[in-house]
Design a protein around this ligand. Structure first.
Ligand code: NAD
Length: 475
């Protein structure tokens, strides 16, 4: 038996997932539009669940990683999830309120409304890098029933999450489904009312295909290569520690980590020096440093080591910012790479680790062309004080989101919609944007005792002709 109470040998994932989904859908149909009080109660229970289970969840995550500081889990999993819950609780009433809209003449003198109804049962597929945040935060938009599918790379976390959820929610409200890609594939093929997928672009494509068969709407929160541009006007002393913080948080295993840096050619040397100083300040040592996260698995460690090796073999210069790679503990020392180019995998694939290629540029146009020649990134960072250059970057690029003069922080704002564009995904989450994504905005026209259109009922006479002339100009 697994954590979901079914024997995988005896029951296929499709059947087990289908059973829970059927129970949730039946429960949903008894209360399609739950009242505010029930929705707030669900948010309260979610918050209490996190409070009661947070240490066990953080410990499980640390064990799954090999080492991950409870501070990182608190900062990037617990605090943002609780903030999302509090934000939703404060705003839920306003978000739920029907919107009155003015009507065209055909609706006069009736009235127009938009009702925001929960779509129904939501399936949430999450990656391993911030497992609590990425499974639980989307719940604040759903308001009802959901099934969670955490990553197979965080099995201890999934087990603890399952126990926590069972202690606070009925299975027809919230359930955890565990398993690897086979279970995940069955999960994404189930006829949810909405699917929220966070993970890689390659798997996101498969999820979108599977969902299309059910015409299930999907939010795809994917990854990609997020650039950081250092402008000629940037102050390296303030920019570089912020960039290094964003790069080395969770050892670069962050969807919005700056992937590579574009640096004015004449500042590359100073930039590299500054990265070294910043890394040394933030991580005085790597050996037994609880603040420096291990790479999640041996496969990912080997992948990252391979990126560095290939770049070196092809002539790039690899500068270790700190010594201390320890393969047994999956600790990978952070490096900056100069002389990288597109023949190297580290300039073609999302890095998702503590490797920072530095690409020199001569003009801002050249930097923007470099970004625009690639897949649309999830995040873009710009450091500088020249407002004209800032405007050119904002208007001349398209990305999921932007932080100016820092990294990552736009993600932590519940009033800013979060989501990718192009290969970094579609749809949005966080705050009201997440609420709308998991709602049907149902238009309603309430006709009055009178009807403007009744003037145009057949048989068509002179009045109809006159009215149509007026409408052709003003209608
Ligand atoms: P992944 O795509 O390998 O896995 C994500 C989830 O998909 C896991 O739960 C996995 O079990 C499931 N999965 C695997 N095969 C599947 C299939 N065929 N059908 C359906 N689901 C399947 O990603 P990962 O390695 O866990 O996470 C890293 C990626 O996630 C990076 O690309 C990163 O940028 C991205 N990410 C994006 C965000 C965001 O908010 N946009 C946040 C965190 C991570």
């Amino acid at each position: 038996m697994d954590g979901n109470g079914y024997d995988r040998q005896a029951v296929s994932p499709e059947l087990a997932i289908g059973k829970v989904l059927a129970r949730q859908r039946a429960a949903y149909l008894t209360d399609i539009n739950p009242a505010l009080a029930l929705r707030v109660d669900r948010l309260d229970r979610l918050e209490r669940m996190i409070l009661v289970w947070q240490e066990r969840l953080a410990q499980a995550i640390s064990e799954d990683f090999g080492n991950r500081s409870a501070v990182v889990t608190t900062l990037a999993d617990i605090v943002p999830t609780r903030a999302a819950i509090r934000h939703a609780r404060r705003h839920l009433k306003g978000w739920m309120r029907p919107r009155r809209v003015p009507l065209a003449w055909t609706g006069q003198p009736g009235s127009g409304l938009i009702l925001r109804q929960p779509l129904g049962v939501v399936g949430i597929i999450a990656p391993w890098n911030y497992p609590m945040n990425l499974t639980l935060s989307p719940l604040v938009g759903g308001r009802g029933r959901a099934m969670l599918k955490p990553s197979e790379l965080t099995p201890r976390f999934s087990e603890v999450l399952d126990a926590a959820v069972k202690a606070f929610f009925a299975e027809d409200e919230l359930a955890v489904i565990t398993g690897g890609p086979e279970v995940a594939a069955a999960f994404s093929a189930a006829p949810f009312d909405h699917l929220m997928f966070t993970g890689s672009t390659a798997v996101g494509r498969k999820v979108a295909e599977a969902a299309a068969r059910n015409v299930t709407p999907v939010t795809l929160e994917l990854g990609g290569k997020s650039p950081a541009i250092i402008d000629a006007s940037a102050d390296l002393d303030s920019a570089v520690p912020r960039l290094i913080w964003g790069k080395l948080l969770n050892s670069g295993q962050t969807c919005v980590a700056p992937d590579y840096a574009l640096v004015p050619r004449d500042r590359v040397e100073a930039f590299v020096e500054a990265t070294k100083a910043a890394a040394e300040r933030q991580y005085p040592r790597l050996a037994d440093n609880p603040d420096y996260t291990s790479i999640i698995s041996a496969r990912h460690f080997d992948r990252l080591a391979g990126l560095i090796e290939e770049a070196r073999d092809k002539g790039a210069k690899v500068i270790e910012l700190l010594p201390g790679t320890d393969a047994a503990r999956r600790i990978l020392a952070p490096v900056v790479v100069t002389g990288a180019n597109d023949t190297m995998a580290l300039m073609r694939e999302e890095i998702f680790g503590p490797i920072l290629p530095v690409i020199p540029y001569d003009t801002l146009d050249e930097a923007l062309a470099f970004i625009n020649a690639r897949d649309r990134p999830l995040a873009l960072y710009w450091f500088g004080t020249d407002r004209k250059a800032e405007g050119r970057v904002l208007n001349g690029t398209i990305s999921g989101g932007v932080t100016i003069n820092d990294t990552i922080l736009h993600l932590a704002q519940d009033n800013l919609p979060f989501g990718g564009v192009g290969a970094s995904g579609y749809g949005a989450c966080h705050g009201e944007a997440g609420f709308v994504a998991m709602s049907k905005e149902k238009p309603v026209l309430r006709q009055s005792r009178l009807s403007a259109v009744a003037l145009l009922y057949p048989p068509y006479g002179k009045l109809a002709g006159m009215l149509l002339k007026v409408l052709a100009r003003f209608g």
